[in-house]
Design a protein around this ligand. Structure first.
Ligand SMILES: N[C@@H](CCC(=O)N[C@@H](CS)C(=O)NCC(=O)O)C(=O)O
Ligand SMILES: [Fe+2]
Length: 303
């Protein structure tokens, strides 16, 4: 398959329940629709809002593809689930909430993320109590989805709010690991912690080897031509370039810390954080009726 064919591609994986993946090439992000087709019920994980940072134009093309699949399956949607407050793309949760009546859930650690970033953006409408989300999730929580059950696994490290969602033999791992040939998530955002991420990943890697793992991002790895987002616990244990083959905690933390020092700020960091600490709600309109995003400036001493 040509790499270009994979833009916003949908894949249906064989399973007793249904998982569809929608890849957004602009942000290298994957949205999942997890369904119990018999019960005509589905959950959306990590919906992406289209955003052009140059023009400020928002679009719903990706979210509409997910909605089309919801309509095609005749699904009701009780849950929209965020794996964390994304720092690289805006969430389409509010758009989908309005159209499906779903409840929006995120890890309870979101309050820590809100308390760091709301003051930084002067976001007086954001209280650090998880407002804008309908449900704050703790490790071990279970959410019903038709005859299925979504199990919440707290997997902090990339951010304090990170959770993974386990449904049957599938785990949506958010930004913990990436594909085995790319490695793992960065830990240099506020509240990030490489040691914590290592321990979170060990919890996932202790699941049966055949457990299917679904990534939140794919950036391709050097030498790989196509995007990919599904692997297994066994493959990660054997050949993940950061943790495979039994890499120890101290070695991992040293590697992660050194690598994080080389990474650039994500292109959409400021727009994404301002929208995502609000559960995907855009900032309130200014007196002139227009909504604005803020860009905090860092100045050299001589200004
Ligand atoms: N180039 C991307 C980078 C996005 C990024 O930093 N992604 C995070 C997850 S939110 C990460 O862990 N990246 C790991 C890496 O780039 O090695 C962008 O600007 O959006
Ligand atoms: Fe992330």
């Amino acid at each position: 398959m040509e790499a270009g064919d994979q833009v916003a591609q949908e894949l249906r994986f064989a399973s007793s329940f249904d998982i569809r993946a929608f890849f957004d090439e602009a942000t290298n992000s994957v949205t999942y629709l997890v369904a119990d087709p018999a019960a005509r019920t589905a959950a959306v994980i990590d919906p992406v809002l289209g955003f052009d940072p140059v023009s400020g134009r928002i679009d719903h093309d990706g979210a509409d593809r997910t909605l089309a699949a919801v309509e095609e399956g005749g699904y009701s949607v009780p849950w929209i689930l965020e794996t964390h407050a994304h720092a690289d793309h805006l969430s389409a949760a509010q758009y989908l909430k309005k159209r499906t009546g779903a409840k929006l859930a995120v890890g309870a650690g979101i309050t820590k993320v809100q308390s760091v970033f709301a003051p930084r953006f002067g976001a007086a409408d954001v209280t650090a109590d998880g407002g804008d989300f309908d449900r704050l999730l703790e490790d071990g929580d279970e959410l019903p989805l038709g005859k299925l059950e979504i199990q919440v696994i707290a997997t902090p490290g990339h951010t304090p709010a990170c959770v993974s969602y386990k449904v049957g033999d599938a785990v949506f791992v958010g930004d913990t690991m990436f594909m085995p040939d790319y490695g793992t998530a960065r830990c240099d955002f506020p509240g990030g912690d490489a040691r914590q991420l290592y321990r979170s990943m060990q919890r996932i890697l202790s699941l049966p080897r055949e457990t299917r793992l679904f990534m939140c991002h794919d950036y391709k790895a050097p030498g790989r031509e196509v995007f990919a987002w599904e692997t297994t616990v066994g493959e990660q244990c054997d050949r993940n370039v950061h943790i495979g083959g039994g890499v120890g905690e101290e070695d991992y933390v040293a590697m992660r810390t050194a690598r994080d020092a080389t990474l650039k700020v994500p292109k959409l960091l400021y727009p994404a954080i301002q929208v995502n600490i609000r559960g995907g709600r855009l900032p309130p309109a200014d007196a002139n009726g227009t909504r604005y995003l803020k860009l905090p400036l860092s100045l050299p001493d001589d200004v």
